[in-house]
Ligand binder design. Structure first.
Ligand SMILES: [Zn+2]
Length: 233
């Protein structure tokens, strides 16, 4: 049966060739979304291996976080930009799950994720999610959850309003734009919990900061941030 399945997959790839989401080369049958070469050369931050890392400074003086972890360095025009583009706009949500699992395994053995109650993906506005068909951060959260055994929860943190595109705004305006975007759905469930906030890419951190602040307004909560990529450092 397995032989037959492989044959079928090979035949299928003749008609529907699959391509690496980072470099665009065609994939071998044992590769899923990234080719082996790209996987081996991902620009990993390895921040989880250090006591202090430049990622620690992102939220310093803004909100209190326990740890900030990002798997990859984001560079304009680089492979990571391609991966994120496919994850967000080309319906390749599975690559988020794959990399979430990959990172979850690495983070788990550091012991820095102990006593964490939930993984909370940054929610998209429902309108935006309807257009896209999925929330890419939720797929990353699924992967992290598979690897760590920590459940993910999409109900606790919800999004209020539609925000305009943020690229052309300065930092203050961006903050004005996002500070009341989120609300907590079930404060009792969140009270006294340490949670992970999970997102695709960390740039200025304004949106993430708004989400963290809402969570920290709930009694005795702690937040760790995990993203696939960071534009910092
Ligand atoms: Zn590749």
């Amino acid at each position: 049966m397995k032989k037959f399945l492989n044959l079928f997959q090979n035949l299928l790839s003749l008609f529907y060739p699959r391509f690496c989401v980072a470099c665009g080369n065609s994939l071998q049958e044992n590769e899923t979304h990234l080719c082996l070469n790209c996987l081996l050369h991902l620009p990993e931050t390895n921040c989880h291996l250090f006591e202090h890392h430049s990622l620690d400074d992102i939220f310093r003086g803004r909100v209190k976080v326990e740890n900030t972890f990002a798997l990859l360095y984001y560079r304009k025009g680089g492979h990571v930009q391609q991966i994120l583009h496919h994850l967000k706009y080309k319906r390749c949500k599975e690559v988020g799950k794959e990399l979430g699992e990959y990172y979850g395994k690495k983070l788990l053995i550091t012991g820095k994720l102990s006593n964490i109650a939930y993984i909370i993906p940054i929610p998209l506005h429902p309108k935006k999610q309807k257009i896209r068909g999925y929330n890419q951060s939720e797929w990353i959260a699924m992967g992290l959850s598979n690897a760590t055994g920590i459940p993910y929860n999409t109900k606790l943190l919800i999004r209020n309003t539609f925000t305009e595109t943020q690229t052309k705004k300065n930092r203050y305006n961006r903050w004005e734009n996002v500070k009341d975007v989120f609300q907590i759905n079930d404060k009792e469930k969140l009270a006294n919990k340490h949670v992970i906030i999970c997102d695709d890419v960390l740039t200025t951190g304004a949106t993430t900061e708004a989400a963290i602040q809402k969570i920290l307004e709930v009694k005795n909560t702690k937040v760790t941030v995990i993203t696939l990529a960071t534009a910092n450092g």
